[in-house]
Design a binder for this molecule. Sequence first.
Ligand SMILES: [Zn+2]
Ligand SMILES: [Zn+2]
Length: 422
Amino acid sequence: MQCIVNRRDQFSAVGRYWFPELSEIENLEKFGAYSKFPGHGHNYVLFISMIGELDEYGMVLNLSDVKHVIKEEVTSQLDFSYLNDVWTEFQQTLPTTENIARVIWERLSPHLPLVRVQLFEHPQLWADYQGEGKQANLTIRTHFSAAHRLAPNLSVDKYGRCTQTHGHNYHLEVTVEGEIDSRTGMIVDVAALNRVVEDYVVKIFDHSCINEDVPYFADIVPTTENISRYIHGLLESPIDELGVKLSNVKLFESHQLWADYSGQGMEGYLSISTHFSSAHRLAHPDLSLAKNTEIYGKCARVNGHGHNYQLEVTIKGDIDSSKGMVIDLGAVNQIITDYVIEPFDHTFLNKDVAFFNKVVPTAENIALYISNTLRSPIQELGATLYKVKLVESPNNACEIYGADSESTSVNAAVSQPVLAIV
Ligand SMILES: [Zn+2]
Ligand SMILES: [Zn+2]
């Protein structure tokens, strides 16, 4: 059984976009304010994603080892550094966010089973690197405020107040993929990308009533799925002209609900975020306290501790042409409540959820249990469970992909959660 675990870390560093062979004016023309002496800085936030089988203790890797490696190889070297000088890689290729992500991958890959390095320059701009030569992804985040109503074709009886005109602060994430230039370190001119998204999307949607003001939605229901698909269509060719490929459009209607569209016909993804608050203890009842402490550290303390678990469930399906949805949202929310939130919320997982009497409730095992529990009921609603992500704390999260191996690089064979049997 394979699982992805994510570890967060951060560093603060200064960098400058500057070619010594160019004059000050030429540098300013090429890189704008990024060329200014002596440089500018960011609080970089780093997410390292690693894949592996769950071991007999219900973990992919020992996270305290992972923490140590990331600190040793990356953050202790980059924190409070001048990026252009700190690693020789940045003398040849500028320390852009995508290039820093690539070099971090190269530094960590001998030590960790990486699947992704994600580096945030700030909350509106980040890079993803997955070990594919010079290929990298860059994402920008923006927002617009708009009114809409779920109409036509949707009944008041079933969709209630959503059929009345109301509004949202939509958050939009646009991801592009391209090759890192070996000298500038960039896959695209970020200012030009921001302008395209502003001109082709934000100007049209911001402070509009989507049903009335965007002609496409005169007869098409403006669900999050349909809006994300339409935005993809608006952006595809202007982004091509920037020399990169539009990879994904992610549109948040709220922090609890968002859609992804990546240009695959009517195929869309809908994600629901919710949470439960539970206590747990990482210790197998058949092992001694000393042995449990050796494996799980402080998490083995005898009276347990707790988390606000954030659960994200991503569903894949075809966007229904009349309702504009990949799944019946009310029905899927009810399934998540009945199968997960109600049994888990405000419990001590080891004692109150029978399954975890003998299975150690690591985040990995909890995510796997949720994934196995939700798969069939979601299938019965005519869609596919694509991913379950469980965020245990700001620094730790894990992801289980559903039994849908053709759409993900993750080997998605799913078996039973792991019993810590010695
Ligand atoms: Zn709405
Ligand atoms: Zn814990």
